[in-house]
Design a protein. Structure first.
Length: 54
């Protein structure tokens, strides 16, 4: 699980907008860009090229 301090400072690397944390699926979600960034072993993978569209 990601710490609240980290979640408070993380932004979408594409639009710099805020992210929501889907703890159950371990994804960080940007509603503006409609992208999901995975979290592996509590480390966010914030690469635009590896994000999932939704």
């Amino acid at each position: 699980m990601l710490e609240k301090k980290l979640l408070d400072i993380l932004v979408c690397p594409k639009c710099k907008g805020g992210l929501e944390y889907d703890q159950e699926n371990e994804k960080l979600i940007c509603r503006i860009c409609r992208l999901k960034y995975r979290v592996e072993e509590d480390i966010p993978v914030m690469l635009i090229d590896e994000a999932e569209s939704f």
